[in-house]
Design a protein around this ligand. Structure first.
Ligand SMILES: Nc1ncnc2c1ncn2[C@@H]1O[C@H](COP(=O)(O)OP(=O)(O)OP(=O)(O)O)[C@@H](O)[C@H]1O
Length: 503
């Protein structure tokens, strides 16, 4: 057993040796090399990103990435990070929000004050997300918007700005190009809200004349190929389409087919919900590239101030918080969407003649597409989609009847879904067409039209109710009360031809 004096001797020798070593290290090894060795030792023993006090230096940098970037609309970096972060959720994240959104996959997000730690090129980066209320005069009803916060050590600032954030943007671009789930945006409280675009329509399933279909596809392809051309001639890289046709002829289906073909997101702009020019500009600015902006029923959706009365009506505009036609035109011309690329704008209407010609000129609406009642070719496509048949002996009488009648593809589609047996369903469809030919069964079309377009409009609904009342209360000289329904039908037709050309 060594004596106590021997222990003291050994301790004194060791501490002297340590002091000498420390002095030698301080003198011969530069500070930067020493701190590098220390950081390597720390990461070896404690692991990276443990969140220990040692990780958190005083020179912590914090970047905030708001959802909306005031001068440039929606913050694309925010969207890219939101898409990137779920892949970085680890077992260290204990509070998670889970749900199934657009895709079929279960999506995860961190809940509340939680944070996600990412490691890029040996740099520890900490992300968190919080809500911040924005009271903007442009969007008085704006919902709370969110902000992402990124913290890292000051010494990595350059790498984060030059490599890490561009890396996230690139990942986002790649995912966006090859993504399966497109987004459908609608405006709620002035802010675009997205959901998955799950409508399965494609150019194969839309029933329309092959020549028209090919013309649209050619136009879309040419548009995509001409990036440098648009740049050369100094035009915004956008294309406008006007879809005209009665309800149920496939305007919405065609828009979805275009989106699915181009892999573009769809922004559905309800003009009745736009409060002012500024609101309209902001909405358009906040749409992303590679997208289709849809304005449905342009003829009846808006009470756009006429350009001629615009100056004199400033007070009026302000009072009703509406936007002006010239603002809409300017927005379409790309003035407010500087730097925007690969934009498609689609207007739909049932009354082309009621639209201001300024909206229709080439450069704004480059291609006018008329969607018609179901043709023989259209019927073939629907029969192939719904019944999986390409030919059938009953096609011949159906073709003959379709040539004479005006039936929308929506009604045909509905009829073809009534039975699983092809023979039964086609026979019933012939019966339906024959009844229609004799004028006895227009009620389905009528019901569809009332549902789709009449009921949402107050003025026309009141006229319609008056019509029903008149037709169902027989006049004094009308002896036969059973004539009422027939008269109703006749009056309905008259009403339709007077008030609308869409039916
Ligand atoms: N051309 C078509 N090709 C294939 N399906 C169609 C076509 N037109 C209508 N349909 C069918 O009818 C339904 C309604 O069609 P869609 O909403 O595309 O018509 P729309 O012209 O936009 O009508 P609305 O003006 O009432 O909105 C669709 O879900 C689709 O199943």
């Amino acid at each position: 057993m060594p004596r106590a004096s021997a222990w003291f001797e050994a301790y004194a020798t060791l501490s002297t040796a340590m002091m000498l070593l420390q002095t030698a290290i301080n003198q011969f090894i530069p500070v930067s090399v020493r701190s590098y060795i220390m950081s390597r030792l720390k990461s070896f023993f404690f692991g990276i990103g443990t969140g220990t006090v040692a990780d958190v230096s005083n020179s912590l940098v914090t970047l905030t990435i708001p959802e909306v970037w005031e001068n440039m609309g929606r913050n694309k970096l925010y969207d890219a990070v939101k898409e990137y972060l779920p892949s970085k959720i680890s077992s260290a994240n204990k509070n998670l929000r889970v749900g199934v959104g657009g895709g079929k996959k279960i999506a995860m997000e961190i809940e509340g004050e939680g944070s996600i730690v990412d490691v890029f090129d040996n740099i520890t980066l900490t992300w968190s997300c919080s809500e911040y209320q924005r009271g903007s005069p442009i969007q008085p009803y704006a919902r709370p918007v969110y902000v992402l916060t990124l913290s890292f050590n000051e010494k990595h600032r350059e790498k984060v700005m030059d490599s890490y954030l561009p890396h996230i943007m690139n990942k986002h671009k790649v995912v966006k190009k090859g993504k399966k789930v497109l987004k459908h945006y609608t405006r709620r409280s002035g802010v675009w809200q997205s959901s998955a675009l799950e409508h399965p329509a494609t150019f194969d399933t839309v029933a329309m004349e092959p020549a028209l279909k090919n013309a649209i596809l050619d136009d879309l392809d040419r548009f995509l190929r001409r990036k440098s051309f648009y740049k050369k001639v100094g035009k915004a890289w956008k294309r406008g389409y006007l879809l005209c046709g009665p309800p149920g002829t496939g305007k919405t289906s065609l828009i979805v087919a275009m989106a699915n073909y181009l892999k573009f997101d769809v922004y559905d702009l309800e003009l009745s919900g736009v409060h002012s020019n500024a609101d309209l500009m902001m909405s358009l600015r906040n749409t992303s590239n590679r997208s289709i902006l849809v304005v449905e029923d342009i003829d009846c959706n808006i009470e756009v101030q006429d350009r001629s009365g615009e100056d004199g009506n400033r007070a009026l505009n302000h009072q009703f918080k509406r936007f002006t036609l010239s603002c809409l035109l300017n927005s379409i011309d790309g003035l407010w969407t500087k730097g925007s690329d690969e934009r498609i704008i689609v207007f739909t209407t049932n009354h082309k003649d009621q639209i201001d010609p300024a909206l229709l000129r080439p450069g704004r609406m480059d291609m006018h597409i008329n969607l018609s009642f179901c043709t023989i070719n259209g019927f073939r496509i629907l029969a192939s989609n719904y019944l999986d048949v390409q030919s059938h002996p009953l096609f011949e009488p159906i073709d003959r009847l379709l040539k004479k009648l005006q039936v929308t593809p929506a009604v045909v589609a509905e009829e073809l879904m009534k039975n699983d047996d092809v023979d039964v369903v086609l026979s019933k469809f012939i019966n339906f067409l024959e009844r229609k030919e004799m004028g006895g069964d227009g009620m389905k079309d009528i019901a569809h039209n009332i549902n789709a377009h009449l009921l949402p409009k107050r003025k026309e609904s009141i006229a319609f109710l008056l019509l029903v009342t008149c037709s169902l209360s027989p006049a004094a000289e009308d002896k036969d009360k059973r004539a009422a329904p027939l008269r109703f039908l006749q009056l309905f037709q008259l009403f339709v031809s007077l008030f609308s050309s869409r039916y």
